[in-house]
Every structure is written in structure tokens, then in C-alpha cells.
Design a binder for this molecule. Structure first.
Ligand SMILES: NC(=O)c1ccc[n+]([C@@H]2O[C@H](COP(=O)([O-])OP(=O)(O)OC[C@H]3O[C@@H](n4cnc5c(N)ncnc54)[C@H](OP(=O)(O)O)[C@@H]3O)[C@@H](O)[C@H]2O)c1
Length: 239
């Protein structure tokens, strides 16, 4: 049976990262054409290797997703190659924390806003007009549990994720009645290699796997989620 993602063009921003990579592979297995952004050519080459028999359906663009010109050019290239863009997953983000606000540098604050907020703004601005013209599309923005759960030592990160959630909610309101759906997911700690290295003494078995979160992303982008628009879905199980 043909997969619901067969013939669909999926852009995964941050598609060589811990969650983005697994999400890219999941869409590829469902017969989608997948375009990822990357910053390090070696990471894209590694993803191509992992994609194995699906690698011909995988493309990459080296872009800084906070840069409007670079993102605009990438979207134009996707359209000229495929004439459509059905899905955007924004898996770009970064974490900085551990210090109280008054010891957090303005540089860290600006970096959190750039990665966790501006990238999603720039990507959405570039992609939404294409989806509106098509009369269909789905966007999933990867936010964080920290967008709602405001702990000590995370002022810059939590503020940037809360703002990205608010921005996505507003976008959902903007898109009402258009056929373009947008939702956020809220992960807590994910079982990625980077987290294992950062917290070697933690019990990894308790952490949600990127594959489990990718399953939710695919669900939100698929026909089964046609009624879900403007949701902020927790994806941290009972952890
Ligand atoms: N991992 C967790 O425990 C966790 C928890 C809650 C929420 N989240 C959120 O989930 C999402 C994915 O997390 P992750 O663990 O997969 O992070 P990750 O491994 O660091 O992946 C993020 C990706 O975004 C890329 N990127 C960063 N800045 C960019 C820019 N300006 N332009 C283009 N690409 C850029 C990174 O490239 P480089 O590798 O070259 O920097 C990387 O490939 C993020 O939004 C994160 O905040 C993660």
C-alpha cells in the first residue's frame, strides 16, 4: 500500500541533529522526499549513509536558518526541483542553562533567541506562502517542556522556547481556515548521543527515544491529525 507520505516533499530544518536525523529517516522510510538543512557537510554525508536505499530521496542544503536570504534561496531551490513543499519540521534549537539570569551573558541570551525563536520565524515566513498557494501543508515546531515549565537556571532557554510556542500559536490563528496546519511538540530530555555524553550517570532507559518523538511528528503531519491545529503536544511520557 502506498504510504500517505509518498510524493510529499518534507523540509526538516536541523535534519542532521539528534531528533532531526531520526525524523528524516522515518519520513524516508514512509516514501517521502526529504530535504534537510545542515551546517556540517560531514553530518549530512553520515545521514546519507544511514539513509541507505532511501538516499536518492534525501537532499541537503547548507544554510544558516536564522538568515532570511539563505532560507529564501533554499525554498526557491526546493520549489524549482519539486514544485511543492508539503511539510516543515523545525528541529533547530539549542540549550544553554545552569546559571541564574544575572549570570547569563547577553550573548547566550541572543543565541537562545536566534536558535529557538528566530530560526522558526524565518523558516515559517519562507514556507507558509508556498503552502497557502497549495492550499495545504503541515508545520511542526519542536519547542520544549521548558516553554511551559519555567525552572531556575533556564531563563534564556525557557524564554526563547516559550516565545517560540507563542509564535506558533499565533501562526495557527493566522492560518485558520487555510488548510495549512501548524502544531508544536514539547519534549523534555531526549535520549540523544549528546545528552548521554552530557549526563553520563543518568538512567538513559527513562528518556524518550528520538524514534518515539519522530512517530508523533509523523502523526501530526499525516491525515490522521487533520483535526489537530494549534496544539502543543507534550512528548515526554511519564518522565
Ligand atoms: N535533546 C533534548 O533533550 C531536547 C529537549 C527539549 C527540546 N529539544 C529541542 O528539540 C530540538 C532538537 O533537539 P536535538 O537534541 O536534536 O538538537 P541538536 O542535536 O543540537 O540538533 C539541532 C540541529 O540544528 C542545527 N542548527 C543549529 N543552529 C542552526 C542554524 N542557525 N541554522 C541551521 N541549523 C542549525 C544543528 O546544527 P549543528 O550541529 O551544526 O549545530 C543541529 O543539526 C531542538 O529544538 C531542541 O531545543 C531537545
Amino acid at each position: 500500500m502506498e504510504s500517505q507520505f509518498g510524493g510529499k516533499v518534507v523540509l526538516i530544518a536541523g535534519g542532521t541533529g539528534g531528533l532531526g536525523r531520526v525524523t528524516a529517516l522515518s519520513f524516508l522510510r514512509e516514501s517521502a522526499t526529504v530535504v534537510v538543512t545542515y551546517r556540517d557537510q560531514r553530518e549530512f554525508a553520515a545521514l546519507k549513509d544511514q539513509a541507505a536505499e532511501f538516499s536518492s530521496s534525501l537532499e541537503g542544503h547548507r544554510v544558516d536558518a536564522t538568515n532570511e536570504d539563505e532560507v529564501g534561496q533554499m525554498v526557491r531551490m526546493i520549489l524549482s526541483a519539486h514544485s511543492r513543499l508539503d511539510i516543515l519540521v523545525n528541529a533547530i534549537g539549542g540549550y544553554a542553562g545552569g546559571s541564574p539570569l544575572w549570570l547569563t551573558s547577553p550573548e547566550v541570551f541572543d543565541r537562545m533567541l536566534a536558535l529557538n525563536l528566530r530560526a522558526g520565524f524565518v523558516l515559517s515566513r519562507a514556507v507558509v506562502p508556498v503552502m497557502l498557494k497549495q492550499g495545504s501543508g503541515s508545520i511542526v515546531n519542536v519547542s520544549s517542556k521548558a516553554a511551559l515549565d519555567h525552572a531556575a537556571g533556564a531563563a534564556a532557554y525557557a524564554a526563547s522556547k516559550a516565545a517560540s510556542l507563542a509564535m506558533t500559536d499565533c501562526l495557527a490563528a493566522d492560518l485558520k481556515g487555510t488548510g495549512v496546519r501548524v502544531n508544536s511538540i514539547l519534549p523534555s530530555i531526549i535520549d540523544t548521543e549528546a545528552n548521554r555524553q552530557a549526563m553520563p550517570d543518568a538512567d538513559f532507559s527513562k528518556w524518550p527515544k528520538p524514534e518515539q518523538i519522530a512517530n508523533v511528528i509523523l502523526f501530526l503531519c499525516g491525515d490522521g491529525a487533520a483535526l489537530i491545529h494549534g496544539a502543543a503536544m507534550p512528548v515526554y511520557g511519564q518522565s
